[in-house]
Design a protein around this ligand. Structure first.
Ligand SMILES: NC(=O)c1ccc[n+]([C@@H]2O[C@H](COP(=O)([O-])OP(=O)(O)OC[C@H]3O[C@@H](n4cnc5c(N)ncnc54)[C@H](O)[C@@H]3O)[C@@H](O)[C@H]2O)c1
Length: 281
């Protein structure tokens, strides 16, 4: 019997690579980490202390048998990112993969009647600044800090997590609530579209900037994940998706593994849209 790995296994093998995931203790970040660990990578989950990245990394390590690390980090604080980078280098000595995944995901359904903060006319400047700081400036800072390590070593991969709303406008009918006047209806916040679209610009910029240093940079644009949203919302959303359903939590793992591994070795600067077909309509 021939026990040597075949080409398919080699392309997706991440043994001994070090993969960093920002917002890694959240809903999708953990699942992205799980597939990379299953492919052999040492996974580092960076997240706010309150999200308990150390505990989530321990779960990954137990489940996949590779050494993982979870560190508290505030992506809006450059010093905190540099400290995380130093800790990763001390433990693993290298960085091969960065997934810029952290984001503010404000729930507009929690908006109180009479306080329609999500509407453009009322959208607080402080919320705009905070959302940009986490989703966009955070991705810029992490790319700069971790990307330099990859460029200096001559190889690496950055994946920016965008959204279907990076390529289509939000359909605000999804968020409407019965009984509210038009000027009090909740809407998808403007920052979500702006941050996600800007990440595609960051992706293209970085892809040519470090192309000579062997760093590939791509984006993924996931559609909505089912996570217990109310039936009234999902029923409306399913109407807009050719596959007529939201994604499962683990359904981006294939695309993430593809983008982070040598399976995508000739791909850079692109946006992989995985949305059940929503954006083709
Ligand atoms: N869930 C979806 O339906 C969906 C769809 C498309 C795109 N996305 C994108 O996928 C990514 C992950 O989404 P998710 O559903 O797992 O959301 P999530 O809210 O569960 O995870 C986001 C993580 O970012 C972390 N974070 C927030 N502020 C931070 C800060 N200052 N410093 C460090 N970490 C911080 C949070 O603690 C959280 O763990 C996001 O970029 C999101 O926009 C999600």
């Amino acid at each position: 019997m021939n026990a040597s790995p075949n080409r398919a296994q080699i392309l997706f093998d991440l043994s001994d690579r070090v993969a960093i995931i920002t917002g890694g203790a959240g809903l999708l970040g953990y699942h992205h980490g799980a597939i990379l660990a299953a492919a052999g990578a040492h996974v580092v989950l960076l997240d706010l202390a309150v999200a308990n990245p150390a505990m989530r990394a321990e779960q990954l390590q137990l489940a996949h048998g590779v050494e993982c690390l979870g560190l508290p980090m505030d992506i809006t604080d450059e010093k905190s990112i540099v400290e995380a980078k130093d800790a990763v280098l001390e433990k693993f000595g290298r960085v091969d993969i960065l997934i810029n995944n952290a984001a503010n995901n404000p729930k507009v359904e929690d908006q109180k009647p009479g306080q329609p903060w999500s509407r453009l006319e009322n959208f607080p400047l402080a919320t705009w600044n905070a959302d940009i700081a986490v989703g966009l400036t955070g991705a810029f800072l992490c790319s700069r800090i971790f990307g330099q390590e990859m460029a200096a070593r001559g190889s690496g991969v950055i994946v920016n997590v965008a959204s279907d709303l990076a390529v289509i406008a939000p359909d605000q009918r999804l968020y409407r609530q019965d009984g509210l006047p038009d000027d009090e209806q909740p809407v998808k916040p403007v920052t979500y579209s702006v941050v996600k679209t800007a990440l595609l610009g960051l992706t293209r910029y970085l892809s040519t900037y470090w192309v000579g240093q062997g760093v590939r940079v791509n984006a993924i644009s996931p559609g909505g994940v089912f996570n217990g949203q109310p039936d009234a919302f999902t029923a409306k959303l399913h109407e807009l998706i050719p596959m007529a359903r939201m994604a499962h939590k683990d359904e981006y793992q294939g695309a993430i593994l593809f983008l982070c591994s040598d399976a995508s070795s000739y791909m850079t600067g692109q946006n992989l849209i995985v949305d059940g077909g929503r954006s083709v309509l």
